[in-house]
Design a protein. Structure first.
Length: 94
């Protein structure tokens, strides 16, 4: 889909939770071998799925989300490589 990007707003999870989820995945994978499991480094909590948006909508969504989230304190000072407002991440995949 040219010119469109899949966009969602997500909250990162603590590393300890990520590791526990990975352990559970390993156990479940033995019982459910046909399931495609997400890589633990990609685990997050999706707050809102925006779907396919064009570049202008992506810029607008990021701007509006950053403005809306600027009034909330950060859960952590961990830096993200994605667009974020400290604790909320706006992620997208082409």
């Amino acid at each position: 889909m040219a010119g469109k990007t899949k966009v969602f707003i997500a909250c990162d999870i603590p590393e300890v939770v990520r590791k526990k989820c990975a352990q559970i995945q390993t156990q479940l994978a033995e019982e459910l071998p046909k399931v495609k499991w997400v890589n633990p480094t990609q685990m997050h909590i999706t707050l809102l799925f925006l779907g396919d948006v064009n570049d202008k909508q992506l810029y607008e969504a990021c701007s509006m989300a950053k403005k809306a989230l600027s009034v909330f304190p950060a859960f952590t000072d961990r830096k993200s490589t994605r667009l974020n407002s400290s604790h909320i991440t706006i992620s997208y995949a082409v």
